[in-house]
Design a protein around this ligand. Sequence first.
Ligand code: SF4
Ligand code: SF4
Length: 77
Amino acid sequence: MALKIQHIDPYRCIGCNACVHACLNDVIRMHRGIAVIQHQEDCSQCFACELDCPADAIRLGVHALPEELLPPFARAA
Ligand code: SF4
Ligand code: SF4
């Protein structure tokens, strides 16, 4: 199952640009001051955007994955 960036919440996004700079695959772009997913197919599931977002606006599709396939920081305590 693909674990790519799934959602950027436009109501949480404060337009800081951190996710655009964090993404080495140029997946995210700014549109009218809000981050949007432009090339989801290029997401390499590195989690950099989600970790760098100060507004907790970005979600990768981790919740549909079995626990053992999640990166350590995404697992339940
Ligand atoms: S998880 Fe990584 S590759 Fe995917 S959009 Fe975020 S920064 Fe880019
Ligand atoms: S890092 Fe978060 S708050 Fe900043 S532009 Fe990206 S989605 Fe918006």
